[in-house]
Design a binder for this molecule. Structure first.
Ligand code: CDP
Length: 244
């Protein structure tokens, strides 16, 4: 079947990446975590000392944006693709609470978004991509053949992210995680450039009360439905020729 683009957008910590990875595996597509790119830019800003408490030095990052190179490479051990910032594997530090705390203001800066969106569009030019983020179905790939908008109740999302962080050895509380995801959701959905929005043609999924197996079954049904519809569209019978 012809390769397509799959865009998965939604709120923080609602399992978009688990879903995107599963879809990519099923279809033998490439998975791109666009949030990891904004997280990598944030890590760069932290390492360079571009933050004064919560205030980002916009001029400094403007001068450096051309020096930030982000790529993804397959990690043979985990089978996942790891994020690299200027040749260095940053998969672990970009997932820290320190980065999560600063990423949304960084991602709201217009010229940073422009640079990331350009790279994301280049990654999708041959299709066969599942990309997750906030503006994938609206800005990055408005013509994506399949769009999903995923959400879940904030408390459910906070618990899932807390479990993830604790498993990685971070010391963090439920309230801290909940506050962080609520703050990010607010900044992400109210910013001027590429705000978090449901694309009009996106399928909405609230997975608050779904297990991963139920979610996978939902995705499979959705894919089957889409393939059926595409076949129907591709095999529209030719008009009957006039006998005269
Ligand atoms: O994993 P989680 O849902 O917590 O977040 P993420 O996908 O890693 O994204 C981290 C942050 O990057 C988000 O809170 C947004 O501020 C920003 N982001 C964005 O602005 N646009 C995207 N396409 C992806 C992420």
């Amino acid at each position: 079947m012809k390769k397509i683009l799959i865009a998965i957008d939604g709120h923080s910590s609602c399992g978009k990446s688990t879903m995107a990875k599963e879809l990519a595996k099923t279809l033998h597509y490439r998975y791109i975590d666009s949030g990891a790119m904004y997280r990598a830019v944030t890590l760069y800003c932290l390492e360079k000392g571009f933050f004064n408490d919560d205030t980002l030095n916009i001029e400094a990052i403007k001068q450096s944006i051309g020096d930030i190179h982000i790529s993804f490479e397959l990690n043979e051990k985990t089978g996942n693709s790891d994020t690299y910032l200027n040749g260095e594997n940053v998969e672990k530090p970009i997932r820290s609470m320190e980065v999560a705390d600063k990423v949304s203001p960084v991602a709201a800066v217009g010229f940073i978004r422009e640079a990331m969106v350009k790279q994301q569009q280049a990654m999708g030019k041959d299709k066969g991509i599942v990309m997750d983020g906030r503006d994938i179905g609206t800005v990055v790939f408005p013509d994506a053949e399949l769009k999903l908008f995923v959400t879940a109740r904030p408390e459910v999302r906070a618990q899932r992210r807390l479990d993830e962080l604790i498993a990685k050895g971070e010391t963090v509380s439920f309230d801290e995680v909940l506050k962080n995801i609520e703050k990010r959701d607010l900044i992400d959905s109210t910013r001027k450039d590429g705000p978090l929005r449901k694309a009009p043609d996106a399928v909405v999924l609230d997975n608050s009360d779904m297990t991963i197996a139920e979610q996978n079954a939902f995705l499979l049904r959705l894919l089957e439905e889409m393939i059926k519809n595409r076949r129907r569209r591709q095999f529209i019978p030719a008009p009957i020729a006039s006998s005269q």
